[in-house]
Design a protein around this ligand. Structure first.
Ligand code: SF4
Ligand code: SF4
Length: 218
């Protein structure tokens, strides 16, 4: 039996989908596998290239800022044969006060650094969580909350891990835009992403707020 229940649903009069969780022990990797399978097979009408029922030949959403988690960066390292500190050449670090955002680096035209000229992704098997869980259709608020909760915690750990790494070498976090003076390593605490290098190692129930988890369980 599937661990996640995904089904088409009209939301605000537009085609979309919603989700429910069947298995309390769903990992983030299980979630990704089920979502990938659903996007591949459900023939959901895409809203941006109207009339399409799949993503082939389209790359519009690969021109948007794409926040990443610590595990996304581990996967980018695997895909590119890099060590963790080298992965920053594929990342963009921006600060605002004591807030740090880390996204995939983009070219001058706004395209993702991993986007090929033929509109395919050069790290497709290793692409980040947010890439794997997005298609341009209406999405239930619960799905949006699941996506943002996971990536926010994953990015917090990415910031913590990066600050620790650069500090241990007597270096500063490479910041591409913004000021470094408000960044304090103590502002980032360990969380469920800490020490994990695979989405298979993290249970969704350990990440989501308990009321959202209860609401989503079938
Ligand atoms: S990693 Fe791949 S799928 Fe994600 S935005 Fe970049 S090119 Fe697109
Ligand atoms: S999800 Fe992205 S790649 Fe797929 S059809 Fe929509 S804009 Fe294009």
């Amino acid at each position: 039996m599937r661990k996640l229940h995904l089904r088409k649903k009209t939301i605000d009069k537009l085609p979309g989908y919603e989700l429910r969780i069947r298995d309390r022990n769903l990992t983030i990797q299980d979630f990704l596998c089920e979502v990938n399978d659903f996007f591949e097979n459900a023939e959901l009408p895409r809203l941006w290239p109207q009339g399409n029922h799949n993503c082939y030949g389209c790359d519009l959403c690969c021109h948007e800022p794409l926040p990443v988690s610590s595990i996304d960066v581990e996967q980018i390292c695997q895909a590119t044969g890099s060590i963790f500190s080298q992965a920053f050449k594929y990342l963009w670090v921006e600060t605002q006060g004591n807030i740090i955002d880390i996204t995939l680096r983009r070219r001058r035209d706004g395209s993702c650094i991993f986007l090929r000229k033929d509109s395919t992704c050069s790290i497709y098997q290793y692409r980040p969580f947010l890439c794997q869980t997005y298609i341009c259709c209406q999405t239930s608020p619960e799905m949006e909350e699941v996506r943002s909760t996971i990536v926010n915690q994953g990015m917090d750990e990415l910031v913590r891990k990066s600050l620790l790494l650069f500090n241990s070498r007597g270096l500063e976090l490479p910041v591409n835009k913004g000021n470094k003076k408000y960044i304090k390593i103590g502002d980032w605490k360990k969380n469920k992403f800490s020490g994990k290098s695979s989405y298979s190692d993290i249970l969704i129930k350990d990440i989501l707020p308990s009321d959202l988890m209860r609401h989503l369980l079938l």
